[in-house]
Each structure stands twice: as structure tokens, then as C-alpha cells.
Design a protein around this ligand. Structure first.
Ligand code: GAL
Length: 644
């Protein structure tokens, strides 16, 4: 956790040039190190095709750099200007209803469109040639938030052509594809790859194997689109290459994209997320309205620390993580947009640092009085007076300077996270509210309610021995190396529910799931349950998803109706349902104890995180709490050196 720094997102093209220098001076005075610019400015860099204007950008970089700021330069490919669209009318993404996603906002491109990729190659090459050696450019951001605004899946002509090629390469013959997908069902067999269409606008649901392959194909296009840009930039710069992932966007494999990037960053909008994308109950939303969900940010930090480790190839705690955009005040895009409690921007930043972030950049410097985001707060008001978060940013900067260096460390618990499982359960949820991210977050919450620090790891992990405990909920297919690792593992593992229940081709495997090494248990029946229906077990309940098990595995926990809820052989456990929050915390706490970990019953809304040298406590409540001898103010943070 060395080199902690702060930054801000800035749009010089939005402001008169004569205030840039004063802005830069105030950024530096606040204690900010980084300023991100450029990611939406294509129409100012190339107003008409081939007529480049970089003079203003040269001057902006010079002014910011002269103030001592390090610049992160964004490639502007998330916002192709109108002339690009006029030149390539078929580059627009097409939604699943067949409608074009028109010009007039952003992210209106289809990842599969080769003509658009050529345009990107050109503008990125220009930027790389011009700024690759610029001493003020200390990092690059590629594009902006792949997948935001549901922009990965596109049902365009370009996608259709690309998908057919992808299938031909994967299956080599239509017969092989027919077998893999089970196309004998409903006479869906193909004689030629050119007959395969995209899986939208079918009368009833398309074949899930077809849809899953389309999701895999679509993810691969994001990876290819990103790599196109990183290949160009690496030829001109040694500065780190970064993408700013958007929270809870799952439509592409971030680990695959991360393989071509040096740092994983994400955009953290805790209050926006709470009401917009956390599946939260109304009571939970009311309680954390001005703080955000206590586990959402930490989960993403842990996930992206792992994504940031892919290219480096090291242990996940060594992964390079940033928060590229940090909510400073009310946003404009959630159903309702409350303001953070005083202290929350500071809490969010310190939580990011405690989870390994090197840098936290606030979005944005000054609230812009025009266009779509005019209601989105910044560090300054539109009249350039300080908004509340400015003072918090300055406080964090002072604290960073005073804080002794701390170390990152491997967490004792690993949570396996797998994008393909999200696609599998989106494709075939079986229960309307069975959602992979939600299951992973429920598991993570259960661990954190026990005060445990967690490393998120990808499903291609082949050695679990660094961890005392491993949890792997809902993996549609457990890759063979992970299955082997589970067989060898000497710690405590919790697998399930719904684990290993599909083949890679999205069929039911026989022998039936979960087919875990050395664990004699078979899922004989599954049920999904509507909201409000529970299957009780001692002191708790299963909700949403329940499995019946048969076999000789030792039963650890039974439902009140006698069916096993948790079974095991040695340290390997299988969970036959989705426990409610309290039950999940209880199960995980017991297993942590068996793993020799110190499980601590955290007060509601309080979370902690251990680094190699410090223990951090975060109070997401709107009132002060006392915990472990510490009094932590509302929306407050406490840290202490770890003993031993
Ligand atoms: C992010 C995006 C920014 C800005 C921000 C507003 O998703 O990257 O450009 O739109 O949201 O909260």
C-alpha cells in the first residue's frame, strides 16, 4: 500500500482556457497528484475527418504539468463524433429488439465493427505518436467504461458476421456445433455456419448454448478492441495502461481484458449503486442512503485488485488497483440522488487504500452547468466555489502524507469469481432473481460480517494453498485445474449452490453435479423460490434456490424438513441452497472457525480490513459505534497498527 495518491477527472475542453491555470493551481494546492483528461474529446481533437487539432490539448497538458500534476490521458473512443457515424452508419450498436443505439450520448459503437476499429486505430496512433514521450503524461486510460449502458451485446450485421467466423473457428464443422448445442432439439440443426443468426428476436427463448456462445464471442470482441489500442500505445510509451471498469458490469471477462493492461481501475459511485444496481431491499436503501452499501465498494476493490494482477502474473494482493472515478457528492443517474454524509468521500477513499488502491481520483473537478451531467456534483460547484468534498479531499491528502507506509498482504480467505458463470445464469436463470453477482456479493457479505479480509481470485486458479479458506459459490462449470486443486486442498472449502451444474457447452453433466473430488453428494433436484418464500433451517432459512442432495457425505446442517443443507467430506463442503444473510454469516463464521481464523461478529454497518501492517475499521452507519474498544464516529474510519 505504498505510493497512495489522489487525483481528479478534468475536462479542459469544457472551460475557458483562461481558468485552466487557476484550476491546476487549486488541484495541486488541494494535494491532488493526478489529473485525468481527454477521454471524451474526440470532436475537439479531430473535428472533421483527418483535420486534427491538438494545440489546445498540448496547452492543457502543459498547464497541468507545469502545476506539478501528473496527467492520465484517455483515448476518446467511447465517444465517436457524428462524422464517424455518418461515415460508418452501420457502426452503431443494435439492441436486442433490433433498434440502433443512436448518436446523441456515448458508447454508441459496436465492438465488432471493423471500420470503427480502423477509425480507433487512427486516432489512438495519432495520440500515441504525439504524446507517448510527453513527460507530463504518466498514465493512459483506454476508452471509458466498457460495457456501461449495456453496450457489450450488439445484434448488428457486423456482430453477425463476426459471430459466424468465431463459431467456425471454434467448432470447425456445423455438425460439431449441432452436437455441442444440442440442436436436434426443436429441429434447430444447421448445415452451414452462414445459417447461424444472432440469438435475439426468437419466438421464445433461444437455445442457451447459442446464447452463451454469443456472450463469449461478445466478450472476446471487447478484449480485441482493447488490445488494438494497447498494442499501439505500448509501441510509443512505457507509462502504465489502465481501463476504468464500471461497477457491476459483467458482460465481458475483465480478467481477459486485464491481461493487456498494467493497472485495473474502476469507477466507484457508492450512493448511485445502492439504489440503482445492488438488488437492495427498501430498508437497506433507507439505512445506507447517504453512505452506500457497506460491501459493494470493498467487493469491487478486491475484484479489481485481482484483475490488476493478471498481467503482472503475481499473487492477487500484488495486483495494481486504482479508483479512477470516485463519487464526491450527488450523482445524476440513479433513480434518486442523495448527497453523501459528511465524511463518506474520505471513508470511501481510505477503504480503497486499505484494499490496495494506489490512487483515488474524484469525478469530477467542477460541476458542469450544461448537458447530461449538469446535476452531477464535483469538487467545485459550477461557480468554482468549493463543494463539500473538496475539503475532504484536502484532508485525505494530509492524512496520506502523515501515514506511515503500510504493506499489502494476502488475505486468509479466497472468493472465486467467474464472469462466464454470470453469463450462464443470465442465459438460464431458472429463478427470476437468481443472479451470479448477487450470489457472489451475498457470500462476500457473509465473510465480511465475520470481519474477514478477502482476496477475490479468478476461476483459473490452480493452487489454493495460500488460503486458509476458499469459497466458490455458483460456478456454472468448475474448470479442471480448480477441481484438482479442491481435491488436494487442505483448508476449508465451501462450494455451491448450483456449482459445476453445467458443462462448458451449457448442458447438464452426467454424472450429475456437483461431482466434487472425494465428496459423495449428488444434486437430485433443484427448486427456485419466489420472494418471500423460505425453507427454514435451525435459526435461519434458505431463499431463492434450494437443492436436494443424495449420497453418503456427512450432513453438517439440515433444513427443518430433514433435507441436507450443508454436507462435507473433510474440509470440502457443499452448500445446497442460497442462505439468507444471517444464515450465510452463521455458516461462514463456523467454517472460518474450523479454518483457524478469527471470526468476529461485526456490528451492523461496520466493516474491517487488514493490510500487512494495519487494521482498518469503517463505520458505514449514520451514528457513532463502539467496536473492539474503539469509538468510531458516524461515517468514520479508524486504523491501528496490527500487533504480531
Ligand atoms: C461514469 C463515467 C463518467 C461520468 C460518471 C458520472 O460512469 O465514466 O464519464 O459519466 O459516470 O457519474
Amino acid at each position: 500500500m505504498t505510493n497512495r495518491t489522489l487525483g481528479v477527472c478534468y475536462y479542459p475542453e469544457h472551460w475557458p482556457e483562461d481558468i485552466w491555470a487557476e484550476d491546476a493551481r487549486r488541484m495541486a494546492e488541494t494535494g491532488l497528484t493526478w489529473v485525468r483528461i481527454g477521454e471524451f474529446a474526440w470532436s475537439r481533437m479531430e473535428p472533421i475527418e483527418g483535420a486534427y487539432d491538438f494545440d489546445w490539448l498540448d496547452r492543457a497538458i502543459e498547464v497541468l504539468g507545469a502545476a506539478g500534476l501528473k496527467v492520465i490521458l484517455g483515448t476518446p473512443t467511447a465517444t465517436p463524433p457524428i462524422w464517424v457515424v455518418e461515415k460508418h452508419p452501420d457502426m452503431l450498436a443494435i439492441d436486442d429488439q433490433g433498434h440502433p443505439r443512436k448518436f446523441g450520448s456515448r458508447r454508441h459503437y459496436c465492438f465488432s465493427h471493423l471500420g470503427y476499429r480502423t477509425e480507433c486505430t487512427r486516432i489512438v496512433t495519432k495520440l500515441a505518436e504525439r504524446y507517448g514521450g510527453n513527460p507530463h503524461i504518466a498514465a493512459w486510460q483506454i476508452d471509458n467504461e466498457y460495457g456501461c449502458h449495456q453496450s457489450v451485446l450488439s445484434y448488428s450485421e457486423a456482430a453477425r458476421a463476426g459471430f459466424r467466423d468465431w463459431l467456425a473457428q471454434k467448432y470447425q464443422s456445423p455438425d460439431a456445433l449441432n452436437r455441442a448445442w444440442g440442436n436436434v432439439f426443436w429441429s434447430m440443426e444447421y448445415g452451414d455456419f452462414a445459417q447461424v443468426d444472432l440469438p435475439n428476436l426468437t419466438v421464445t427463448e433461444p437455445n442457451p448454448s447459442h446464447e452463451l456462445d454469443f456472450r463469449r464471442y461478445s466478450s472476446d470482441q471487447v478484449v480485441a478492441f482493447n488490445k488494438l489500442q494497447t498494442d499501439i500505445l505500448r509501441a510509443h510509451t512505457d507509462a502504465p495502461l489502465i481501463h476504468n471498469y464500471m461497477g457491476r458490469v459483467l458482460e465481458f471477462d475483465h480478467f481477459d481484458v486485464g491481461a493487456d493492461l498494467d493497472i485495473a481501475s474502476w469507477d466507484s459511485y457508492p450512493i448511485g449503486f445502492l439504489s440503482d444496481r445492488m438488488d437492495a431491499e427498501p430498508d437497506h436503501i433507507r439505512r445506507f442512503l447517504r453512505q452506500g452499501d457497506p460491501d459493494c465498494q470493498a467487493f469491487h476493490h478486491d475484484l479489481y485488485r485481482a484483475v490488476g494482477a493478471v498481467r503482472g502474473g503475481g499473487a492477487v494482493h500484488t495486483g495494481r488497483l486504482w479508483v479512477m472515478e470516485q463519487q464526491p457528492g450527488p450523482v445524476n443517474w440513479a433513480p434518486h440522488n442523495p448527497a453523501p454524509l459528511p465524511g463518506m468521500p474520505r471513508l470511501w477513499a481510505w477503504e480503497a487504500f486499505a484494499h490496495g488502491a494506489e490512487t483515488v481520483c474524484f469525478f469530477r473537478w467542477r460541476q458542469v452547468p450544461f448537458a447530461q451531467e449538469q446535476m452531477h456534483a464535483g469538487l467545485l460547484r459550477p461557480d468554482s466555489e468549493p463543494a463539500p468534498a473538496l475539503a475532504e479531499a484536502a484532508q485525505i491528502a494530509t492524512e496520506i502524507a502523515d501515514m506511515p507506509e503500510t504493506e499489502t498482504a494476502s488475505a486468509p480467505v479466497a472468493l472465486v469469481f467467474d464472469y462466464a458463470s454470470s453469463w450462464a445464469w443470465k442465459t438460464q436463470p431458472q429463478g427470476a432473481d437468481f443472479e451470479y453477482f448477487h450470489l457472489a456479493l451475498s457470500t462476500y457479505r457473509a465473510l465480511r460480517r465475520n470481519g474477514l479480509s478477502v482476496d477475490v481470485v479468478s476461476s483459473d486458479i490452480a493452487d489454493l494453498s495460500a488460503y486458509a479458506m476458499v469459497v466458490a459459490p455458483g460456478l456454472a462449470t468448475i474448470p479442471a485445474p480448480l477441481l484438482d486443486a479442491l481435491g488436494r486442498y487442505e483448508g476449508i472449502a465451501l462450494v455451491g449452490p448450483r456449482s459445476n451444474s453445467k458443462t462448458f457447452d451449457m448442458a447438464i453433466p452426467v454424472p450429475l453435479p456437483p461431482a466434487l473430488p472425494g465428496l459423495d453428494t449428488t444434486v437430485s433436484l433443484v427448486e427456485s423460490l419466489p420472494p418471500g418464500v423460505e425453507v427454514p433451517l435451525s435459526g435461519g432459512a434458505l431463499i431463492r434456490w434450494v437443492e436436494r442432495l443424495e449420497g453418503s457425505a456427512e450432513v453438517v446442517l439440515r433444513c427443518d424438513d430433514g433435507h441436507p443443507a450443508l454436507v462435507r467430506s473433510g474440509g470440502l463442503h457443499y452448500l445446497a441452497g442460497w442462505p439468507n444473510d444471517a444464515t450465510f454469516a452463521q455458516i461462514v463464521g463456523d467454517l472460518a472457525g474450523a479454518a483457524g481464523l478469527e471470526a468476529f461478529d461485526m456490528p451492523p454497518g461496520v466493516r474491517r480490513r487488514d493490510t500487512g501492517s494495519h487494521r482498518f475499521w469503517f463505520n458505514y452507519n449514520s451514528e457513532a459505534v463502539s467496536v473492539a474498544g474503539h469509538s468510531i464516529p458516524a461515517a468514520g474510519v479508524h486504523w491501528e497498527r496490527r500487533s504480531g
